[in-house]
Design a binder for this molecule. Structure first.
Ligand code: 4NP
Length: 161
C-alpha cells in the first residue's frame, strides 16, 4: 500500500482535483487496492468547505464526481504519508515550515515528475480551471509512471493479494 497525499493552499481547488484525478487513474489501471490517497490544505481558511464550484464543474466535465470537504494538513498526515505532493513552491515552503524542515525526501512538487517541472498555478487567482486540470493530470500521469517504473514490485504484489 502506497500512501499519497496531495497538498495545496486551500484544499478546495487543486489538491482535491489532484486526489480525484489520481484516484480515477489508479482505478482505471486496476491499482486502487495499492493506494491510499487523500488531500489537504496548508491553510485552515477553507476547512469544512466543499470543493469550489468551478473546480467541481471542471471535474464533472471530465467525468469525475466528488464529495470532498476541505481539511488542513497536520504534521501527523505528513509522517503517515509515503509521498507528499504539493502544487507549487509556496506549498513546499509551507509544508517544510510545518515539519521543521524534516521529511524533505518524500515531499515533491507534483510536476517534478513531468518533462516540464513547473508550479501548478492557482486557479483561485488565474480563473483557468481547465489549465489547472490539464497540468494536474500531466503531473499525476508523470507520478504514476514513476511509481510503475520504480515501485512495480510493490504494485504487482498488491494486485495479487
Ligand atoms: P487551492 O486554491 O489552494 O487550489 O485550493 C485556493 C483556495 C482558496 C484560497 C486560495 C487558494 N483562499 O485564499 O481562500
Amino acid at each position: 500500500m502506497i500512501s499519497v497525499i496531495f497538498v495545496c493552499l486551500g484544499n478546495i481547488c487543486r489538491s482535491p482535483m489532484a486526489e480525484l484525478i489520481f484516484k480515477k487513474m489508479v482505478e482505471e489501471r486496476g491499482l486502487s487496492l495499492s493506494f491510499n490517497v487523500s488531500s489537504f490544505g496548508t491553510s485552515d481558511e477553507e476547512t469544512g468547505n466543499p470543493v469550489y464550484p468551478p473546480a467541481k464543474k471542471t471535474l464533472e466535465a471530465h467525468g469525475i464526481k466528488e464529495g470532498h470537504t476541505a481539511r488542513q494538513l497536520t504534521l501527523r498526515d505528513v509522517i503517515n504519508a509515503d509521498y507528499v505532493l504539493v502544487m507549487d513552491s509556496m506549498n513546499l515552503m509551507d509544508v517544510l515550515r510545518l515539519t521543521g524542515g524534516k521529511f524533505g525526501e518524500k515531499i515533491f512538487k507534483l510536476c517534478s515528475f513531468t518533462a516540464n517541472p513547473r508550479d501548478i498555478a492557482d486557479p483561485w487567482y488565474t480563473r483557468d480551471f481547465e489549465r489547472a486540470y490539464s497540468d494536474i493530470r500531466d503531473g499525476c500521469e508523470g507520478f504514476l509512471g514513476y511509481l510503475m517504473r520504480e515501485k512495480s514490485e510493490a504494485l504487482a504484489y498488491d494486485k495479487r493479494h
